[in-house]
Design a binder for this molecule. Structure first.
Ligand SMILES: C[S@@+](CC[C@H](N)C(=O)[O-])C[C@H]1O[C@@H](n2cnc3c(N)ncnc32)[C@H](O)[C@@H]1O
Length: 361
């Protein structure tokens, strides 16, 4: 038996006057921060589960965005059934009033547990991939232009989103691709590492670099503070950069022995500033409190010798309630006179956020 909750429409409200219905995904545990941030801008909260939030706005407004919002879609409704074909029937009904075909189909499950717990990583899984195949086949070229589900969308392309709140409870929506995370299925960057990554920080660094838009090039010098065992350095080396790793702990030998890698086995604050000379990029992923992290980075970027163009700083929250500190940390970074600051809870972040800080040239 399928149902569509009363609070959600079966048609798109994007075209005219009337309310706007949104469905958002975020990390498991970040939903309260998301709810708080959107409620402040007039959104009324509806159905939610950990990692998934829906809301209604009385006016035709743009969809909400924010640090902790991983994906945002215009909701078309939902369906519940233990029969997959029946769920697809409801999806077909929900999209029938819309202008078809969509360019892409993105299907993903909400996060089952916090990122990193029991080795959990966000994004598509076996069930959502099987569902995507079935939807693709049923919808066909009249309704979907893509020949494969979960491809990266190009800017301006339309995406049909299906979020599996559970395998038998789906939410349908649509969005137009703009920024990189909106182009990735479920907001999770598809990455195919050249070699087995040394740690999951490889994926986190890959996502931070892509999302920031920093123009890292082969031959550039990057420094990582908190570099052991070497996942992120592995990504930088794979991209052809020269890399300095700063960490009192040991690096994995695959990184330590790399000809383009130098290790300083020390704490960043104890090193002379000349160590950072010539570095264009700095990644910071040390297990240190955010205030101490910011004071270390400040000393480096404000040094007269610094030529750092971009910093990707992981700020540990410890608890999502500490998100309230982000505006204060941002004000601290503004004192460095950066050109630009972007903040995002990356899909691969645990309970931490990434600050991308562009320094003037
Ligand atoms: C989350 S791990 C880093 C993972 C690493 N980025 C990777 O890609 O594999 C945190 C690291 O920060 C290091 N650390 C803690 N305090 C530090 C400091 N003051 N300076 C440099 N490294 C520090 C720890 O030794 C630890 O190896």
């Amino acid at each position: 038996m399928s149902t569509a909750p009363q609070s959600f429409p079966q048609t798109d409200s994007s075209s005219g006057a009337g309310p706007t219905f949104a469905m958002l995904s975020c990390a498991h545990g970040a939903e309260d921060v998301v709810k708080e941030s959107i409620a402040e801008t007039g959104w009324r909260l509806a159905f939610s589960r950990p990692g998934f939030v829906t809301a209604k706005h009385d006016d035709p407004v743009p969809l909400p965005t924010g640090i902790f919002i991983r994906t945002t879609s215009r909701s078309l409704g939902s369906a519940k059934s233990s029969d997959g074909d029946e769920l697809i029937d409801r999806l077909v009904e929900a999209i029938s009033p819309l202008s078809l075909p969509f360019d892409h189909l993105h299907v993903w499950p909400r996060d089952r547990v916090p990122v990193g717990r029991f080795d959990f990583e966000p994004g598509g899984d076996e069930v959502s991939n099987a569902v995507a195949e079935r939807i693709l086949k049923r919808l066909g070229p009249e309704r979907l232009r893509c020949s494969t589900a979960n491809e990266i969308a190009q800017p301006s392309q339309s995406v049909l989103d299906v979020i599996l709140v559970t395998p038998s409870h789906w939410f349908f929506g649509t969005h137009t691709a703009t920024t990189l995370p909106t182009r990735w299925p479920g907001g999770v960057q598809p990455v195919a590492p050249e070699y087995e990554p040394i740690s999951r920080a490889y994926y986190k660094a890959a996502e931070a670099i892509a999302w920031s838009g920093f123009d890292l090039r082969p031959g550039d010098l990057a420094v990582e503070v908190g570099s052991a065992p070497g996942g992120a350095c592995g990504r930088l080396l794979e991209m052809g950069l020269d890399v300095i790793g700063i960490d009192p702990a040991d690096m994995d030998p695959r990184i330590a022995d790399h000809p383009r890698f130098v290790h300083y086995p020390a704490r960043a604050g104890d090193l002379p500033r000349r160590v950072f000379r010539g570095a264009k990029w700095m990644l910071v992923d040390s297990a240190v409190k955010p205030d101490a992290t910011l004071s270390t980075v400040r000393n480096i970027v404000e040094s007269r010798e610094s030529s750092i163009r971009g910093c990707l700083i992981t700020m540990k929250l410890g608890d999502f309630e500490r998100a309230s500190q982000i505006p204060r940390w941002r004000r601290e970074v503004e004192r460095w006179r950066p050109e630009r600051i972007e903040i995002r809870h990356l899909a691969r972040n645990r309970c931490e956020v990434c600050f991308a800080v562009t320094m003037p040239t």
